[in-house]
Ligand binder design. Structure first.
Ligand SMILES: [Zn+2]
Length: 532
């Protein structure tokens, strides 16, 4: 993975051996996990891209193909049976994925994997219910539920194809459009619950099985939302048969209750997160000014009623999953403790916030309330990091201006006066000093040299990470919005300077953006970013 040319030569070597055997159109197949390229091996995707380019150019008399194309060109002449069920990973075949075969990863030699069977039983039960519901409820939504399901992968791979997909597979019943998308989402969630990592490691009380249960929970929630039955209790009962190795849990059901149920993204949790995140970004909904928060897969629009005397805020909410034309409407209210504590600073007592939500026309008895303190660990961690990031964006202009001011006061370097006075006061602006160094084209060279010396001494790990984030943000913005000082040569100079203080900065996002724009528009930058 470190060298595309070596990778290609190994393939070409194997292909050469096949060719010398003298068979007609010999086929060499390669199968690897997608995660190999980039995840397990950083920049492995570049080696793969190189290899594909060699294949596409027909180098070494090798032609690039895939199995369907090869079979179309060389129809099968014999029939074979696949031994079923069979699987990869260990010598015990499919037992790796359902039995206590003895093979596991995670580092606890004394642990057993007898929980694998019950986990699979529970997920099979959920999938069975979801599947039956899809084909029953799907009658009014799809011209043919099965072909819609089979073709849905096209939309997952290319969301812009959603319109054409809907035209081809949905019935004329417009009222069932949202439901159609929900049913497909339900199937997607159910499929995701079978990712193999849930059984690969050595305990059910780990993030991988918890993720599998979370996907299953989501599929069951959508099933109930779209008029299906409720099998959650039966699902949890199956998990009761799983014994975790970690002693703080009696059973898989305990793991589900303690770790998975709080992750539920019900309407109240979504509205609570949206309200807090909008608040953190200074985009709180106001009467007459609705505000939306968008995640991958779902958006929440909050519409606020006029302000109430008791300081409580309430209004309507529309929660819409991707592609849904209408979405579901709710009534929400948020309790007073979440109000601004100090109007001058606009912080919110977040941990006390409680959001109550009910379907718009449902009685109060159906309302559910979620508090920040009850959100799952991943949700509250995400909330915290989003709030900190928003806070940085709000304060960014002021801090950047401070850094520009400081940079303008820097005197040229002298050996015996190499360090800075009172470095503790520089801590907060160090990342912004790095941005000045990288992006301020008008900085004179002697100042820039001194700044470089300061940064090389004083830019700590986290400050460097923030500087890289800011530099990336500027670069992406410059590529998206060209203007003065953002020409090809200037941007190439940004990269060169960034490399001097942060040699390991990750340019992946800028490389991708440049690839989309067309590297011929920025030849100098393209060369700097490795598009030689
Ligand atoms: Zn095994």
């Amino acid at each position: 993975m470190r060298n595309g040319e070596d990778f290609w030569r190994r393939i070409a070597g194997q292909a050469g051996i096949l060719a010398r055997q003298g068979r007609e159109s010999p086929l060499l197949t390669l199968a690897t996990d997608g995660e190999t390229y980039g995840h397990h091996f950083t920049f492995g995707e570049m080696a793969l891209a190189y290899v594909l380019a060699q294949g596409a150019s027909g180098r070494d008399n090798i032609r690039l193909t895939n199995l369907p194309a090869y079979i179309a060109a060389h129809p099968p002449r014999r029939e074979a049976l696949i031994r079923e069920p069979s699987s990869w990973s260990c010598a015990h075949g499919v037992e790796r994925w359902r039995g206590d075969c003895g093979c596991a990863d995670g580092g606890h030699s004394g642990w057993n994997q007898r929980w694998r069977g019950p986990l699979r039983e529970a997920l099979n039960l959920a999938r069975g219910a979801v599947k039956r519901h899809f084909f029953t409820a799907g009658q009014e939504c799809f011209t043919n539920p099965e072909s819609a399901l089979m073709a849905y992968g096209e939309v997952l791979a290319a969301p812009q194809k959603a319109g054409a997909f809907a035209a081809a597979h949905f019935t004329d019943n417009c009222a069932a459009r949202d439901k159609a998308w929900k049913l497909l989402d339900m199937q997607e969630q159910s499929l995701a619950s079978f990712a193999s990592c849930a059984w690969f490691f050595d305990d059910i009380a780990r993030i991988e099985p918890e993720n599998a249960m979370t996907f299953a929970l989501r599929s069951l929630d959508i099933m109930r939302e779209t008029g299906g039955g409720d099998v959650l209790e039966a699902f949890a009962e199956e998990l009761q048969n799983a014994r975790p190795n970690q002693k703080e849990y009696e059973s898989g059901k305990d793991v589900f209750t303690a770790e998975v149920l709080p992750r539920r993204d019900d309407p109240a949790a979504l509205c609570l997160m949206a309200w807090l995140l909008l608040n953190a970004e200074n985009r709180s909904p106001a009467p007459g000014a609705p505000s939306s928060y968008v995640w991958p897969g779902v958006s929440v629009e909050l519409i606020a009623d006029s302000d109430r005397a008791d300081g409580r805020q309430q209004g309507a909410a529309v929660i819409r999953a991707t592609h849904e034309p209408v979405g579901s409407r709710y009534f929400w209210r948020i309790a007073p403790p979440s109000q601004v504590r100090d109007p001058g600073k606009a912080f919110v007592a977040m941990n006390e916030a409680a959001m109550t939500v009910r379907p718009e026309n449902a009685p109060e008895s159906r309302a559910i309330t979620r508090k920040v303190s009850e959100l799952s660990r991943p949700m509250s961690e995400m909330l915290l990091s989003c709030c900190l990031e928003s806070r940085e964006k709000l304060m960014n202009p002021e801090l950047q201006a401070m850094a520009a001011h400081a940079a303008s006061l820097i005197r040229p370097w002298r050996e015996e006066r190499h360090d800075i006075l009172r470095p503790e006061f520089w801590v907060g602006i160090m990342p912004y000093m790095a941005v000045e160094y990288i992006m301020r084209d008008t900085l004179c060279e002697s100042r820039r040299a001194r700044l470089e010396a300061i940064l090389s001494m004083r830019l700590s790990g986290e400050a460097k990470a923030l500087a890289a984030t800011l530099a990336r943000r500027h670069m992406l913005d410059a590529l998206e919005n060209p203007g003065p000082g953002r020409d090809d040569e200037s941007l190439a100079a940004w990269v060169r300077r960034a490399r001097r203080i942060m040699p390991d900065m990750d340019w992946w996002a800028a490389q991708n953006s440049l690839w989309e724009l067309g590297r011929e528009r920025y030849p100098a930058l393209a060369e700097e970013l490795g598009f030689a």
